[in-house]
Design a protein around this ligand. Structure first.
Ligand code: GUN
Length: 236
């Protein structure tokens, strides 16, 4: 079978099971998590905020934002929601126990940089279509591998503009999706330290600029075949 996302791929599926209750991390991963002071992220994986620019800038997502899809839907908070940190940065780690970053979007654009490991990103360009799609049309879906093998097209740096839905999952260092039925032991070679990246969000991250993709919205945005292929990456 072929992927409904990209005809050159086998259907996107998890390389590591995504348990609802993850097992304890192995000692080396637990040590890394302690050293970097990572916490479980609501999207899956682990994160730590490593920088928050003390500079406050005008909130660009208030009404009259140049992009309607980035406009804040929520009413302004007590502080008027008038400003944002100029930028924030995080470490973000996917492990075999928490191998999925579930479908979500941020209003801010995010610059990602790889430190180690390998993973697959999937992006739904929801900002390019109107509510419910362009005249019933569907959003573009993009997928790429992040990793060090730049000669093979893997990316060391990637940018996701605000308003797009994003999901990611851990891959092993070995060949992916060659349609072989390998054991997880084999596929996991090299992924012992998981996928560690940095993300910088501009303007800085706020929960009020973040939301998860819901199943009904996924079905609106993409074809039925794509929705079926991508639904496992919805927040469980
Ligand atoms: N708090 C919860 N999630 C995030 C995130 O993605 N980035 C930052 N900076 N803080 C968070």
């Amino acid at each position: 079978p072929r992927s409904a996302i990209s005809p050159t791929l086998a259907p996107l599926r998890p390389m590591y099971a995504c348990p609802t209750t993850p097992a304890p991390e192995p000692p080396s991963t637990a040590s890394l998590i302690r050293t970097l002071r990572l916490q479980p992220h609501i999207e899956g994986g682990y994160f730590a905020e490593t920088d928050r620019d003390p500079l406050r800038v005008p909130n660009p997502f208030l009404a009259r934002s140049p992009s309607p899809t980035l406009q804040t839907a929520r009413p302004a908070g007590k502080d008027g929601d008038a400003t944002r940190s100029a930028s924030t940065s995080i470490f973000y780690l996917l492990t075999k126990e928490r191998p999925l970053g579930a479908w979500h979007r941020n209003r801010g654009r995010t610059v990602h940089t790889l430190h180690w490991g390998r993973g697959r990103y999937v992006v739904i360009h929801a900002d390019e279509v109107g509510e419910g799609g362009v005249e019933g049309g569907k959003a573009r879906v993009e997928t790429f591998v992040v990793g060090r093998n730049v000669e093979k097209g893997e990316r060391l740096q990637w940018v996701v503009e605000g308003g797009k839905y994003k999901a990611s999952f851990l891959l092993g260092e070995e060949e992916e999706e060659e349609e072989e039925d390998e054991d997880e032991e084999d596929e996991g070679k090299g992924s012992e330290r998981g996928l560690l990246i940095s993300e910088t969000v501009v303007p800085g991250f706020e929960y009020s600029d973040h939301d998860f993709l819901r199943p009904d919205r996924l079905r609106e945005l993409v074809t039925p075949e794509q929705a079926e292929e991508l639904a496992w990456m919805l927040r469980s």
